[in-house]
Design a protein around this ligand. Structure first.
Ligand code: C5P
Length: 254
């Protein structure tokens, strides 16, 4: 196969030049990082699962009319996506207190919020993605007021749909992060959901037991991350059938 030009390598994904102008190939790595890459590991099979799960969520968004970058899955680890100009914000939607919000406000994790809360972090690893108020976003020109209004309503629609889908498989959507990109059509920029949606970027708790099925398993050393993601994929019916993970210990066959 011809060598593709690597355009960007992030913590969990690599972006390559796509086959057509305006497209990219997004490759999902097995690398897991937390706390701004202070904690790192390689979780065999994570990239395969996230490729499938992101495909599942993005395809669902397309079906309910929320535009996003996903075009098609190419293979186990790669998908074809639309090239966007990324808005330098992490858009976080919270339904229940957890993570940095629980810590900042001294709330017990899992406390239901009075309504979904949308917050923004400025995407800059060297600063640790600081939480920023809307005023900064407008003043520094990271997005216009109109774009910000559109981003909030898009994020809330994603939240409603994702919450329902996860509820249907016995999982509570605690919070999640999305990224938004601009696609230019002449002078007009259209906003679409970009990056990925996977258990790397969501908090997912089992409805009955409260068991964590997301990246907190890795962040907090709560068990096997691949098993948690596999469970999410299994419940959503998107379990890759042709992947065999090596058994973690010898298995006795009678
Ligand atoms: O850490 P925090 O509580 O702010 O995270 C809120 C949500 O955003 C979590 O689901 C987390 O996985 C996600 N997130 C992310 N990437 C970041 C920061 C947060 O996917 N850089």
């Amino acid at each position: 196969m011809a060598r593709r030009k690597k355009l960007y390598e992030g913590k969990a994904k690599v972006l390559y030049e796509g086959p057509e102008p305006g497209t990219l190939v997004q490759y999902f790595k097995d690398d897991a990082t937390a706390f701004n890459a202070e904690k790192k590991d390689v979780i065999e099979g994570k990239g395969v699962l996230n490729n499938r799960l992101s495909e599942f969520f993005m395809t669902g968004l397309t079906q309910i009319g929320i535009p996003n970058h996903f075009l098609k899955r190419l293979n186990m680890r790669e998908q074809l996506i639309r090239q966007v100009e990324i808005v330098p914000l992490e858009v976080i939607v919270r339904n229940f207190a957890a993570g940095t919000m629980a810590k900042r406000l001294g709330m017990e994790e899992g406390t239901a919020l009075p309504r979904p809360i949308v917050e923004f972090s400025y995407k800059d690893d060297s600063l640790g993605d600081p939480l920023v108020p809307e005023e900064y976003i407008i003043a520094f020109g990271w997005a216009s007021q109109q774009e910000l209004d559109d981003i909030v309503s898009m994020a809330l629609r994603v939240n409603d749909w994702m919450s329902g889908v996860m509820y249907g498989v016995g999982i509570k959507l605690i919070d999640f992060k999305i990224e938004i990109g601009r696609v230019w059509e002449g002078d007009f920029a259209r906003l679409i959901v970009a990056d990925e949606i996977s258990p790397d970027s969501c908090r997912l708790w089992d409805m009955e037991t409260g068991q964590k099925l997301d990246k907190d398993v890795f962040r907090r050393d709560l068990g096997n991350l691949r098993d948690a993601y596999t469970e999410v994929a299994r419940r959503l019916g998107v379990m890759p059938t042709n992947v065999t993970h090596p058994p973690s210990k010898p298995t006795l066959i009678n």
